[in-house]
Design a protein around this ligand. Structure first.
Ligand code: PLP
Length: 382
């Protein structure tokens, strides 16, 4: 018998200084630590209404939905949630799937399967798209990646492939490692020109962007075929969703394996989702505060001559370059009570290791001041 374990151990060896490990953080027992690595952008995970409804649903419906949605796990509340979500997203229909990762992975698998069409579809995907959009081996050989946020490059590639009948464009509205936005207006008009299908992952913008907080896609929802989002970031709980046509929703119910073969979300999560959907349109003040913080910190980066990439949002990377140096920066920050994790290759391109700061509306002004002061101190020590 081969020594199976030795192969896995060898993989770990090869990781060298990029080897990852899990770390515990207990923010409630260390009140002095400030978390700048959470995607809980509006602090909703701690909102009394989410907690209360989550508990209420558990009491009423139990700790599990007990089966996949197509069997008996489709709690009636799903219908309300999806109707409300569809309205909020300005799409005819919506479908909730168990996590954002599972949504991207399994919806794209269903959507892009060659057997749907009489000719292989070709897929154009931004270089920086999230792992969950790119992982599917089944369409890897039909994947064309364009330079990050470079719509001229995308247009060249579309033009080269203009004779292909089925073209799909995959982007994020707000990129999670760089904090920059896609120009959805230009993108959707490009898609129209080349008759391409548009899929937008709105994970980091939901809750924060848009007049009512429903993300970056709002204005362009009619020109975006599928909107994907997650409840696990700005919306404070867990789960993924799709906004789409009624036909597409039906298609996914019949075809999306991540929904068909997975137990429905637990009632506790559905309760939290329900509360978040109710709250989001009313959180104007929180969104404004987050925007203010973001521009203060980005201005500070410019003034201090630090590289924040092209951040335009509440996600602000401090691009340091060297992995070891970035790791040290993260450690020094932690010594000062600031939790901001280091992101290294392969999550980001080689030579662009960084600390990624995620701001939240529940940070205080003092937290933001302290962050900027501490970055300066740490920078001098590096
Ligand atoms: C976090 C993230 C996901 C996955 O969402 P989860 O609900 O955490 O599984 C998908 N897409 C993007 C762009 C993300 O950042």
């Amino acid at each position: 018998m081969p020594d199976y374990e030795s192969y896995f151990a060898a993989f770990l060896e090869r990781q060298k200084d990029c080897r990852r490990s899990l770390k515990n953080y207990n923010f409630s027992s260390h009140p002095k630590l400030i978390n700048f690595s959470s995607n809980d952008y509006l602090g909703l995970s701690r909102h009394p209404l989410l907690i209360e409804r989550s508990q209420d649903y558990t009491r009423r419906f139990g700790a599990s939905s007990g089966a996949s949605r197509l069997i008996t796990g489709n709690l009636p509340v799903y219908t309300d949630l999806e109707d409300n979500l569809a309205k909020a997203l300005n799409k005819p229909a919506a479908l909730i799937v168990n996590s954002g990762y599972q949504t991207n992975f399994s919806v794209l698998e269903a959507l892009l399967d060659s057997s749907n069409f009489e000719e292989d579809p070709i897929i154009f995907c931004d270089k920086f798209c999230h792992n969950s959009m790119l992982i599917n081996i089944r369409y890897r050989n039909r994947l064309v990646r364009f330079k990050h946020n470079d719509l001229t490059h995308l247009e060249n590639l579309l033009d080269k492939n203009r004779l292909k009948k089925f073209k799909f464009i995959l982007v994020e509205s707000l990129y999670s490692m760089d904090g920059d936005y896609t120009d959805l207006k230009a993108l959707t008009s490009l898609a129209k020109k080349y008759d391409a299908y548009v899929y937008v992952d709105d994970a980091h913008a939901v809750g924060i962007c848009g007049a009512e907080g429903w993300g970056k896609t709002g204005e362009y929802s009619q020109d975006i075929d599928m909107i994907m989002g997650t409840f696990s970031k700005g919306l404070g709980s867990y789960g993924g969703y799709i906004g789409c046509s009624a036909i597409m929703r039906d298609f996914l119910i019949n075809r999306c394996k991540g929904m068909i073969y997975s137990t429905g979300l637990p009632p506790s999560v559905l309760g939290a989702i329900s509360a978040a959907i109710e709250l989001i349109p009313h959180l104007h003040e929180e969104r404004q505060r987050l925007r203010n913080y973001s521009s203060i910190v980005r201005d500070f980066f410019k003034k201090a001559g630090l590289n924040d990439g092209n951040s335009e949002s509440h996600i602000i990377p401090w691009i340091i370059g060297d992995s070891e140096k970035a790791m040290r920066a993260s450690l020094y920050l932690e010594e000062k009570g600031i939790i901001a994790v280091c992101i290294r290759p392969p999550t980001v391109p080689k030579g662009t290791s960084r600390i990624r700061f995620c701001l939240s509306s529940i940070h205080t002004e003092a937290d933001i001041e302290y962050l900027m002061d501490t970055i300066l101190t740490v920078e001098q020590r590096l």
